[in-house]
Design a protein around this ligand. Structure first.
Ligand code: URP
Ligand code: ZN
Ligand code: ZN
Length: 456
């Protein structure tokens, strides 16, 4: 007799899809059987539903002091939103400023997460400061705290960007320690120049955000990162890739032997740059970096996901309110805090606009939204798998649910939805985190603060 049995759903296991039962005791999966014989004290009927491993978001911002303000969610609100959307583990970016010590930043972010996180979490640590003390602390965090990935920005001049000299040395450190370097690929200098020029010409609205950071500048950033990786042998991961040109640069480098992995994020797959051109400053809701592109780029990204050149889908959840935050840039688009939240919507967006439109299949959806993330970032098979011994992070998914995305359903503290009124097919019906039901039909039903830190 198991604590819980999930009965009769189509299980997306390791290399198979088959109707069966999952037996859970305590926090982990104890048995998977296909003859209907498992019995549990609690039985969750999954007939007609899909049973997925809990989804993992590889790119989230919650505590984010950025562009003169701070992202509006806290760990409680963001992780509740994640869970109702089927995401049971997040990787948050720790983004300290140029004067901040990495160790203090790690302690600050972890402390905040410990207070309220409802799903499991781990971190990518941004390397902004890189003096002697910082270098020593980075090594200690890897050795003692289970940090397994750093992050660098080739954008945000003077705030978060890294010099080539430091990038080179950091890559050597990553190679030596065997950890992944994740990277925001653009070019801080080129963007800065372009922005100054546009503002001087009186081009101040949010519609000028995309022209200020064109596709070739992003692709150039990928090229730059890959050149350094080629020289140093470091493993690199390109975050929030927005266009085919950037994916191609990464794939060309891969063919030369560079260990590079590409991430897409939900907004770039379903929204296009016309959203940022909306009148009356509405476009500010859709300002993120790299920017939303032409609609044609959606297919380049979906094709990349279908063929394996793009390996993961995250969100880059970075919520800034329209009123009181985005409007800091009313007179000047360069002052609009960058970010489009989607931590709650990611899985359903991928299902609706990827699977239901025939761009990717369900197995690929599971891989890119869960399994590949767990493998890339050293959490597999504890996370990202429906397998005996894995954490019982499980999503019973209703593919037949039909609705619309709306801000009203959101658990994030954000004051708008970037997907308002868009058609939605599918919903996480029941979500389990380490064996406990934490979300049901769009409602959080778990215990606040029950997420744990995952040292990797
Ligand atoms: O627009 C974005 N992406 N905001 C969050 C910071 C970042 O660059 O990831
Ligand atoms: Zn970024
Ligand atoms: Zn980001």
């Amino acid at each position: 007799m198991f604590d819980t049995v999930i009965k009769g759903g189509t299980i997306f296991g390791q290399g198979y899809q088959r109707i069966g039962d999952i037996g859970i005791t305590g926090e982990s999966i104890k048995e998977i059987k296909f003859d209907g014989s498992l019995e549990g004290e609690q039985v969750i009927d999954a007939t007609g539903k899909l049973v997925f491993p809990g989804f993992i978001d590889p790119h989230v911002h919650i505590h984010l002091p950025f562009m003169g303000t701070n992202a509006i969610d806290d760990h409680e609100s963001a992780t509740k939103a994640a869970l109702v959307g089927g995401t049971t583990t997040i990787i948050e970016m720790i983004c300290p400023g140029p004067d901040d010590e990495p160790a203090k930043a790690f302690a600050e972010w972890k402390g905040l997460a410990e207070e309220g996180a409802c799903c499991d979490y781990t971190f990518h640590l941004a390397v902004v400061r890189f003096d002697k003390l910082a270098k020593q602390q980075l090594r200690e965090l890897v050795a003692n705290e289970g940090v397994q990935s750093f992050k660098i920005f080739l954008a945000y001049k003077g705030a978060l960007d890294i010099s080539d000299e430091n990038l080179h040395e950091l890559m050597l450190v990553c190679k030596e320690l065997g950890i992944v370097l994740t990277a925001h690929c653009e070019n801080a200098e080129l963007i800065d120049e372009k922005q100054k020029q546009l503002i001087a010409e009186g081009k101040t609205g949010p519609e000028w955000h995309e022209p200020s950071r064109p596709r070739n500048v992003e692709a150039g950033g990928v090229q730059h990162l890959c050149e350094f990786a080629e020289q140093t042998g470091a493993s690199v991961y390109v975050v929030h890739t927005s266009c085919g040109e950037a994916v191609e640069c990464a794939m060309e480098a891969k063919e030369r032997g560079v260990d590079v992995t590409v991430e897409a994020v939900a907004p770039h797959l379903v929204l296009d740059k016309t959203y940022a051109e909306r009148l009356n400053f509405e476009g500010a809701k859709f300002v993120m970096s790299p920017p939303l592109r032409d609609k044609e780029e959606h297919d380049a990204l979906w094709n990349g996901l279908a063929t394996g050149s793009v390996s993961t889908i995250g969100t880059d959840h970075a919520p800034f309110n329209f009123k009181g935050q985005k409007d800091m840039g009313t007179e000047n688009f360069t002052l609009i805090p960058n970010g489009i939240p989607s931590i709650q919507e990611r899985v359903d967006l991928v299902h609706t606009y990827g699977v239901c439109q025939g761009k990717i299949d369900l197995q690929t959806m599971v891989e890119v939204c869960s399994t590949n993330v767990a493998k890339q970032f050293n959490m597999y098979p504890r996370k990202g798998a429906l397998a005996v011994g894995s954490d019982a992070d499980i999503v019973v998914y209703d593919p037949n649910f039909v609705g619309t995305f709306t801000h009203e359903d959101g658990l994030s503290k954000i004051d708008y939805s970037g997907f308002e009124g868009m058609e939605r097919k599918g919903r996480s019906d029941v979500v389990l985190l380490r064996g406990k039901v934490v979300a049901q039909q769009g409602k959080f039903v778990g215990e606040t603060g029950s997420g744990i830190y995952l040292p990797r």
